[in-house]
Ligand binder design. Structure first.
Ligand code: TYD
Ligand code: MG
Length: 442
């Protein structure tokens, strides 16, 4: 093996032999990280060695008619929210990256999946972060005690691979890929080199033995950690586990999926007994809602293909200082500034000397334009000190001249609201502009 040091842009993967302050390809600053690559002859058994077929002649293509419908070999964890997001269970020989911020619940989720699957096959849970006692302690608290659930505290890649070969598990979980390191390569655990090399070796064992692997990967708040970015290209599926660490709800979504769609979202609640699936999110998100609360609006958000109701709260109060504050939790701040400007211009609200705070209940993030109208109405309700009708569900995109624009999945949203007992739908379907929608507060 002959090693060479290169520098890679973590944003666009541009390679350079020298460290650069700014990337010449994507113009980002400070994105270059040291990497070590093997420029020698490929080793026996390494991925890059796979010979290409040089045979010229007729091949036999497969008809797509019935292939792909067979999901019999998939592994079902029986945690429906997970199985659906992953695409009808885990595909044998696939490699899944489960990423999320520290403390969001990745270890808990994988432990629950592992325990369920251990009823059918041998599961090897390798943790480089926690001791076996710690894992056993958590499993005990959650009442997870399958005999075929094996835990191992190890961060050395060669030892992990040897254990996999000896134990022949049906599912491998690595917690987390950032702490695994190989003796063959220089560089600390978590560096691009180590993360990529470890993943490649695990990929190799996964594909040759047809064993699925779940890799856990940490990302920071802005998602910039070296590991997962590089990893995304190598793995079959990238799952994101998100939510507010201090709130109970968690969303599981697929960012990349070679075996299913990316439009499904799984919803969980973190409780003291682990993660619980939320089958009816609307009911959960509206729990604890105050009657006739000023500044509260209910909107219908979409996560994947599923609509659900969420409460948006606003507080408008006179600024103590000259410069008014705008704060949003779960909603885009720039979007909030626009909505305030629209209210000032077209509804003659005087918000110049008012602080405006927005909070989306349950730690949910509303990123669709469809939630504009509910945020705007919540602000108006607080400003006018009048509650919105208890049975009103609100959605619609607000345009810069105060017009309301149609949103996608209009009918789905309306049906969900009606199903939950909301009889008054205030939307772009029945109002053309915000002025008429706001009349409900008169
Ligand atoms: P953890 O799965 O360790 O997160 P990650 O692996 O993503 O870092 O769990 C995160 C938090 O969840 C931890 O601070 C404690 C809390 N928690 C519960 O609230 N209930 C539970 O049943 C468990 C196991 C953890
Ligand atoms: Mg963990």
């Amino acid at each position: 093996m002959k090693l060479k040091t290169i520098y890679i842009c973590n944003s666009c993967q541009f390679e350079s032999s020298k460290w650069l302050g700014q990337c010449p390809q994507c113009s980002q600053w400070n994105t270059f990280m040291e990497d070590v690559i093997n420029v020698g002859k490929p080793e026996k058994g390494s991925l890059s060695k796979t010979p290409r077929s040089l045979k010229v002649g007729t091949q036999s293509p497969t008809s797509l008619e019935n292939s792909g419908k067979n999901t019999a070999t998939r592994l079902f964890s029986d945690i429906e929210e997970f199985d659906r997001v992953i695409g009808q269970g885990i595909t044998p020989g696939s490699i899944i990256l489960l990423s999320g911020e520290p403390g969001i619940g990745k270890s808990t989720l994988t432990l629950q999946i592992a325990n369920n699957l251990a009823k059918k096959l041998k599961v090897l849970l390798v943790s480089g972060e926690e001791s076996v006692e710690q894992i056993a302690g958590r499993a005990g608290r959650l009442n997870l005690n399958e005999k075929n659930l094996l835990a191992l505290n190890e961060y050395n890649l060669e030892n992990i691979l040897a254990t996999i070969r000896a134990e022949k598990p049906g599912l491998i979980i690595i917690d987390s890929i950032q702490v695994i390191s190989s003796m063959d390569f220089p560089g600390a655990a978590g560096s691009i080199t180590q993360v990529r090399y470890s993943t490649e070796r695990l990929l190799e064992i996964s594909k040759t033995t047809n064993t699925p692997v779940i890799l856990i990967g940490h990302v920071t708040k802005d998602g910039t950690l070296a590991g997962p970015k590089v990893l995304e290209h190598l793995v079959d599926t990238v799952l994101l586990f998100e939510g507010d660490r201090f709130q109970q709800f968690r969303l599981l979504r697929a960012q990349k999926n070679r075996f299913g769609s990316c439009s499904e979202v799984g919803i969980f609640e973190m409780t003291e007994n682990g993660l619980i699936e939320i089958k009816n999110p609307s009911e959960q998100f509206l729990e604890g809602r105050k009657q006739n609360a000023i500044g509260s609006a209910i909107t219908v958000a979409m996560e994947g293909t599923r609509p659900f109701l969420v409460e948006v709260q606003s507080l408008v109060s006179t600024s103590a200082f000259g410069f008014p504050k705008r704060t949003a939790n779960g909603f885009d701040l720039n979007r909030l500034q626009i909505l305030i400007a629209v209210l000032e211009k077209y509804c003659k609200f005087n918000l110049q000397n008012q602080d405006v705070f927005i909070n989306v209940v349950g730690g949910i993030k509303l990123s669709e334009p469809a939630s504009d109208l509910a945020v705007l109405m919540a602000i108006a309700s607080s400003y006018l000190k009048k509650p919105l009708p208890q049975t009103a569900a609100i959605f619609g995109e607000v345009g810069l001249s105060g017009e309301l624009r149609k949103v996608i999945h209009h009918e789905k949203r309306q049906k969900e609201a009606e199903k939950m007992g909301f009889t008054q739908i205030i939307s772009s379907g029945n109002h053309k502009e915000i002025q008429t929608a706001l009349r409900i507060l008169n």
